[in-house]
Design a protein around this ligand. Structure first.
Ligand code: 48F
Length: 261
C-alpha cells in the first residue's frame, strides 16, 4: 500500500475533532490528569459516566512520574496498594504496611485504564475559567490551548458544559482559586477561600485528604492535593495512596449525586 500523507493528516484532524466536539457536553469535566484526576476518571467511565479530562501539559501524570525527588518510585499504604492491585500495577512490600511501586508503571496504567474505560483525555489544553449559570452553580469549563498562554497570544477560548466539574489541579488548586477570585465565590471551607496547604506531615495529610475530597462549591468537587490545599491540610510527599483514594471518592460522590438527580 502506498501511504497518502493527506489521509494521515485528515485521519488525525477528523478523529481528534470528533472526540473534542463530542466532549463539549459531558457528565463530568476534570481539570488535571494527575493521579487523582485519572483515578476519578477511571471509576466514572467504568460506571458509564461520560467523562473528559483536560490537561495543561504535553504529558499526563502531574507529580507522579517524578516519584520522590526524581527517584521514580512511589510509596503506598495498604488501602492505596489495593487500588493498584485492582488496576493491575505491580507492588512490592518494603516493610510491613509500606508498599513500593514504579511511578511510570503506575501513571501509564492509570492513563491506559481510564482511556480504555471510556474517559477522554485531552492534553495540551488549559482550563482558564469556569462557566456559571443562575444559582451560582458551576456548569462547565472554559478552555484554551496551553500554547496560547505560553506564547502570550490574545485568543478567545472555547467552553464545555458538564453536570459536575472536578478540580484535580494539584497543589495549585487552580479551579478553586478561579471561583474565589472571579465569582467572589464562597467555598465551603472555614475561611470561605482557599485556606492553603500546610507543611509536610504524611500521616495527617493522607488521612485528611479523603475527608477533604468533597463538593467545595455547587457543581465543583475538589480532589487530590488540591483538596488539602483548599481545606488547609498538610502535604504528604511521595506517598500516593491518598491521591488514588481521593480520586475514587470524587467518583463516588458524583455517582451518588447523579443517581439522586
Ligand atoms: O499535581 P498533580 O499530580 O495532582 P494530584 O493528582 O497529585 C498530587 C501528586 O502528584 C503530588 C503529591 C503526592 O503527595 O502531593 O503532588 O493531586 O496533577 C495535577 C495536574 O493538573 C494539571 C497539571 O499540569 C498536572 O498535570 N493542571 C494544573 N492546572 C491546570 C491543569 C489547568 N488550569 N488546566 C489544565 N490542567
Amino acid at each position: 500500500m502506498k501511504i497518502d500523507d493527506i489521509t494521515v493528516s485528515r485521519a488525525i484532524a477528523e478523529s481528534f475533532t470528533k472526540d473534542f466536539v463530542d466532549s463539549m457536553e459531558v457528565d463530568v469535566a476534570i481539570a488535571g490528569a494527575g493521579p487523582s484526576g485519572m483515578m476519578a476518571a477511571y471509576y466514572l467511565a467504568k460506571a458509564g459516566v461520560k467523562t473528559a479530562i483536560f490537561e495543561r501539559q504535553l504529558r499526563v501524570g502531574g507529580g507522579m512520574p517524578g516519584g520522590g525527588m526524581m527517584f521514580n518510585r512511589i510509596v503506598l499504604q495498604e488501602e492505596g496498594k489495593e487500588l493498584l492491585d485492582e488496576i493491575g500495577v505491580q507492588t512490592k512490600e518494603y516493610e510491613k504496611g509500606y508498599y513500593i511501586a514504579d511511578s511510570l508503571e503506575t501513571i501509564s496504567t492509570l492513563c491506559f485504564r481510564s482511556i480504555q474505560a471510556g474517559a477522554k483525555i485531552f492534553n495540551l489544553i488549559s482550563v482558564e475559567d469556569v462557566m456559571i449559570r443562575e444559582h451560582d452553580r458551576i456548569v462547565g469549563l472554559v478552555l484554551n490551548w496551553s500554547a496560547v498562554s505560553l506564547a502570550n497570544l490574545h485568543v478567545d477560548p472555547l467552553a464545555v458544559r458538564s453536570k459536575t466539574v472536578i478540580d484535580a489541579t494539584g497543589h495549585a488548586s487552580e479551579i478553586c482559586h478561579i471561583v474565589v477570585k472571579k465569582l467572589g465565590g464562597k467555598l465551603n471551607t472555614r475561611t470561605g477561600g482557599v485556606v492553603g496547604e500546610k507543611s509536610l506531615w504524611a500521616d495527617v495529610g493522607e488521612r485528611e485528604l479523603v475527608e477533604n475530597t468533597r463538593e467545595v462549591y455547587p457543581g465543583l468537587i475538589v480532589a487530590g492535593m488540591a483538596a488539602n490545599a483548599v481545606y488547609g491540610s498538610p502535604r504528604m510527599g511521595a506517598i500516593f495512596g491518598g491521591m488514588l483514594l481521593s480520586g475514587k471518592k470524587a467518583a463516588e460522590i458524583v455517582l451518588r449525586d447523579h443517581a439522586d438527580n
